[in-house]
Design a binder for this molecule. Structure first.
Ligand code: FAD
Length: 551
């Protein structure tokens, strides 16, 4: 059922009459309304419920009063809760006038129209025009994206919403006990509290407590490789992986890009990347990711999202990549672009509140949930600075907690200037978050003054943590050489080689296994910038070609 236009629903159990009403309605209203006919009360109530579940708009119901089992008034009554502002009219015979009059009080009947209504120009359209004009005055087009019904602090809902947000899929959230529509949506979908979170789509049945993969399938993401083997497989779709995919695919390689959560990586979390070449006013990470993913796809790269690489197996000259859904693909070459993730903050009570006021990184949806509340940011690096500035769009009470004396040694000068000039941000030096408290969500933080050792509890709506990063290389196991912090060694930085199976030295960006390259933040010695990552991703493909040519 397409939900683009508001609906006029007409109901009659006599098919001839129904056909005649539909014909007259179509000839006058088809440009602005979708005319739906139902041959009986039960069918009409099904249409109403389905429309409510899909988030459609019901402008008017025109129902014959006299129908067996479910009368016109019954149909109008069923529409009251899901569509309180719809206009309601009855088609009546003289004998039904009493029923129509009592329906005015009973179901807020707006009008009753005597049968026959010929000519419609006199007896039908003027009445309905008035009703529809009234309805239109208050009508706000319905949101036609995904609607999510869930409990306020549900971790399950939070993670799935974050997944949609990272993949730039718009949705609207209805919280049980807070938004009255939540109950109506649950009722019309026939679900209860145990089914939450529930996802309602413009088309197709709702998803109840879906897995990320189920949700991915419904929003059109691919999670399974189309082919059994590729020239190059790239692990991680941050800037480095996306650049490698664009260059690989555009240069004719059968290219697979595998991403565990959403294209963009860390850059996708940046509200404004100001130092990337060619964007003098900056570009949001989400925008950059969307453009890059579209570019890679246009050149023919296949992108799997969400799909996590769990392990790789070396079968020279091939590499077998094992994914988290149990499937595997074979590739001749690989580029490791799995980047870094935030280090975890150790503080009492904190882990239990992740997703319920405590967050690693920032995104608009988390910030939206904490409008007007006191917000704390832990960390003194550029990402903490950017996040603090971004959060002032939602509150005028942001505190940056740092262990050091000032931000000077850890943050770029331009960010420090912006922070100093922003009255909504306070910097709390020589302090640390040592505890977090809250029943269902974060309510208080315990801060320690590192100078005096004193501790105090402060009210906090949210805590955003940016305390350094960790290479995402667990999945690589011991297959390639890593430095002591888990970053991948490559080229001239490699130690003595074991099992080096080809008759040449490692190329730049090549790991200790021939044909496995590395690019971006996960590489030992990278500059941890978007430009560095994209440059390395593109460069890695140059060496992939040379490796493939030598096989
Ligand atoms: C908030 C923030 C703001 C920033 N602002 C700027 C800025 O203004 N300018 C700038 O130049 N830099 C900025 N940076 C740094 C920049 O974003 C990074 O240098 C860049 O994103 C690194 O890109 P990458 O592709 O190497 O790795 P990442 O961006 O870390 O991407 C790695 C990807 O690999 C995926 N992955 C990991 N493991 C697996 C696996 N096993 N299977 C499948 N996928 C996997 C991850 O999900 C992730 O998407 C910022 C970083 C942050 C966090």
């Amino acid at each position: 059922m397409s939900d683009a236009l508001p609906v006029i629903l007409t109901v009659d159990d006599e098919t001839e009459v129904l056909r005649a009403v539909q014909r007259d309605l179509r000839s006058h209203y088809a440009a602005d309304y979708r005319i739906i006919g139902a041959t009986g009360g039960r069918e009409a109530i099904d249409v109403i419920n389905e429309l409510a579940t899909r988030g459609g708009a019901l402008a008017l119901i025109l129902a014959d009063q006299r129908m067996p089992q479910v009368s016109g008034v019954d149909v109008l009554r069923a529409s009251l809760s899901p569509f309180p502002s719809a206009k309601r009219a009855l088609l009546t015979a003289y004998a039904d006038t009493d029923a129509a009059i009592s329906a005015i009080n009973d179901v807020g009947l707006d009008h009753y129209i005597m049968k026959p209504w010929d000519p419609p120009e006199e007896k039908l359209y003027p009445i309905l025009d008035d009703l529809l004009e009234d309805w239109l005055a208050d009508y706000r087009p319905t949101f036609t994206g995904i609607r999510i019904v869930g409990h306020e602090w549900s971790k399950e809902a939070f993670e799935l919403k974050a997944f949609l947000a990272m993949n730039q899929v718009p949705y609207r959230s209805f919280v049980v006990g807070v938004d009255p529509e939540a109950e109506t949506l649950m009722q019309s979908a026939g679900s209860d509290n145990g089914d939450l979170p529930m996802f309602l789509f413009p088309e197709g049945p709702p998803l109840l407590r879906p897995t990320q993969a189920e949700l991915a399938g419904r929003i059109g993401l691919k999670t399974h490789a189309q082919a059994p083997a590729y020239d190059v497989a790239i692990v991680g779709a941050g800037p480095a992986g996306l650049a490698a995919a664009v260059y690989g695919a555009s240069e004719g390689l059968a290219t697979l890009l595998i991403e565990a959560s959403a294209p963009g990586g860390q850059a996708g979390q940046s509200s404004l990347i100001e130092n990337y070449l060619g964007f003098p006013r900056g570009i949001s990470g989400a925008d950059l990711a969307r453009r890059a993913a579209a570019q890679a796809t246009r050149f023919g790269a296949e992108i799997l999202v969400p799909a996590r690489v769990m392990q790789i197996e070396r079968k020279d000259p091939y590499k077998i990549i094992h994914l988290d859904d149990g499937s595997s693909v074979t590739t001749k070459a690989m580029v490791v672009t799995s980047g870094v993730e935030y280090r975890r903050l150790r503080a009492e009570g904190l882990d239990d509140l992740v997703g319920a006021g405590v967050y690693y990184g920032t995104s608009r949806i988390e910030a939206e949930n904490h409008r007007g509340q006191p917000i704390y940011v832990v960390g003194g690096g550029n990402s903490a600075g950017q996040a603090a500035l971004f959060l002032t769009r939602f509150t005028d009470d942001v505190t940056i907690v740092i262990r050091g004396e000032s931000l000077v040694d850890t943050m770029s000068a331009y960010l420090i200037e912006n922070i100093d000039a922003n009255p909504a941000i306070t910097v709390s030096p020589r302090s640390a978050v040592v505890g977090a408290k809250g029943d269902q969500h974060l309510e208080k933080l315990t801060l320690e003054n590192l100078g005096t050792g004193s501790v105090e509890d402060v009210d906090a709506g949210a805590l955003f943590i940016f305390i350094g990063q960790r290479a995402q290389t667990d999945w690589l196991g011991a297959i390639v050489q890593l430095d002591e912090r888990g970053f991948v060694l490559s080229g001239a930085e490699l130690g003595p080689l074991k099992d080096w199976s080809v008759d040449r030295d490692p190329f730049p960006l090549e790991s200790s296994v021939p044909g496995i390259f590395v690019a971006g933040d996960v590489r030992h010695g990278s500059i941890r910038r978007v430009a560095g990552a994209t440059g390395e991703g593109a460069t890695a493909i140059r060496f992939v070609h040379r490796h493939l040519a030598s096989l």
